[in-house]
Design a protein around this ligand. Sequence first.
Ligand SMILES: [Fe+2]
Length: 321
Amino acid sequence: MHENTQSTSTRRSFLGAMGVGIAAGSVGALPRSAEASQRKEAPTFRFVFLPDIHLMHDRRSPQGMEAALRVADRLDPRPDFLLTGGDLIDSLRDKSPEEADELANLFLRIWKDNTDLPAHHMLGNHDAAGWRNDSFPKEHPEFGYAMLRGRLGMPGLHYSFDHGGWHFAVLHNIRLVEPKSYVSEFSEEQLNWLKTDLADSQGRPTILFGHFPPISAIEFFDGRAKHAEGTWTLSSQRMSRNPWDLVTATEGANVKAFFSGHIHRLDRVEAAGRTFICAGSVSASKWTGHDHETPEGITIVDCHDDGSFNYAYHDYGWEAT
Ligand SMILES: [Fe+2]
């Protein structure tokens, strides 16, 4: 797996290699060779991953979401599709039915007004409508994930699709737990589904997605991992509690990488023969500015017909105020 995923050592060289026809900057993770850049000049197709939009009414968030979608929609080459990465709406879990309805409508309107590209969606820990608000009745037909799943027309909370000879599987690696909390994990049921799904994909190059990273390194760099009395501690609300189960479930499949959101920062972990990529976020620090070193961004992924891919985090030029 993972013949060559990388991004760039400089903004200019990356933009040239990727053919990104816009002037805003990109933030790379790893250098790549000139030879690889040449070979990847013409992508088979491109898609854009947009995790953690965190739409809210304030902090100019609606305008920021519009800017991200406009930039993604107008890339050259134009993407074949967009894929969100969970936490579409900030704190939808804390809203009343009326507040949630208003925000969901705002999200849909902004999306529709700024892009007509095919879209696939993923839901995160913020997206369970009313989960932490007692005024949102649990028997309400749009309680929890039902609201965005239904309004976005998602085929399920986890699902897969094929495009351009590639296979894509969107996982839902979260379990809501009482009272009003959650843990990130890959459920046995979902991993069984994934094994069957990957077997049915007949060896197509595959990219997996989940809101939570199966593993994250950046959390140990001034992130949520804490060190005390000789022990590192990191909550399973930050990364999945059972990454090894994902590794075993994908054994023998042609999986190229796992892209995630949630952390709002960038890293790439090569471990257990797999590639795990934390892909920043559209909202950075929830529309208040950069999250540590990571600006507001989108991740552009070019998939090639030899089963390789390039990716890079692209600063779409938003400035928080
Ligand atoms: Fe988030």
